[in-house]
Design a protein around this ligand. Sequence first.
Ligand code: PMP
Length: 407
Amino acid sequence: NPVLDIQKIRADFPLLEREMNGKPIVFLDSAASSQKPRQVIEAMDEYYRQQHANVHRGVYQLSQEATDAFERARELVRAFINAPTDKEIIFTRGTTEGINLVASSFGRQFLREGDEVIVSHLEHHSNIVPWQLICEQQGASLRVIPVTESGEFDMAAFRELLSDRTKIVAVNHVSNALGTVNPVEEIIREAHARDIPVLLDGAQAIPHMKVDVQELDVDFYAFSGHKMLGPTGIGILYGKSKWLEAMPPYHGGGEMIHTVSFEKTTYAELPHKFEAGTPDIAGAVGLGAAVEYMMEIGPDVIGQHEHSLLEYATAQLLEIEGLKIYGTADNKAGVISFLVEDIHPYDLGTLLDKQGIAVRTGHHCAQPLMDRYGIPGTVRASFAVYNNREDVDKLVAGVKRAVNMLR
Ligand code: PMP
């Protein structure tokens, strides 16, 4: 079992040297956005210093170099998720844009009056609202997989929701609010048995585990660069060619056309058909560097490291009187969501910040789930490859101190 050299890894992340409120920072909000290793920062810096020009256009050498850097990043991502071809790797601004792209383009092509889209009660708003928008436009409706008290899909209810009216199923791979790893293999198997495609929101899975889109046999997989050690403003939509070919473009503009006339425009081949306008080239280069960084450590090794932190933190937090963890105890990744009896999450978060500990408080863009539990929100501590046991010890001591002050 290879183990992480955590000291060496932490030294790659310049931001971890900072102090907050006079204390060395304990960063436990990577589920919102991770920090960046110098390898990513330097790759982007180098790109802007040495290689920048617009892509896919110039006959001159510099433009060719920029195009090569951009397309190399696409190839790195393809290999990272084991997609069959880089035509199926579309650069987006992030998970949100990827889901909006599918909802809009797939929806316009395949959703009609009376059709249904299935999501779950555990979704981030970005995997709810785009579907509501397209359903409203097409006269279709949203159906919701209920979750159990422990924050898991009610699979019997899911099976009952599936019908001839179902046109697509869209759920998250890992929940950002609870950390639950959802039974996506089973979801995909059941949906495919009825020829229904499945979109997975992979925003919270991709930083923590090996994702193989062919093994999953998933139809669409969306994720963000900034949650997996890469820059903001760039993300990926993987889609099977058979669907992407059948869908109309999402945005119109340059790059996505074959020929344009006022009578009729024809579209470029995949993936360019879905990449209108000048892309975030430096962002793609940074994402490529993040992929290389993760590949070098190994997604499985990262997952094991984070899992041991999760177990270590869970055991200690549960010793605090009145503390309740939401969601399953096992089969989760990266996230601990909790509340302490009679204490508002915002007050707890504020007192943790005073001690240099950054956690998330609130509904985590999952209001329907918070309503399901009848709570305003939770305190969420989330882990990344660069966290260590000392971070957990400080979190536990910090919560204890805050609880003593607030009680
Ligand atoms: N889905 C999930 C599960 C998420 O955690 C997030 C980010 N919080 C998103 C979607 C949206 O990602 P982005 O803001 O990067 O588009």
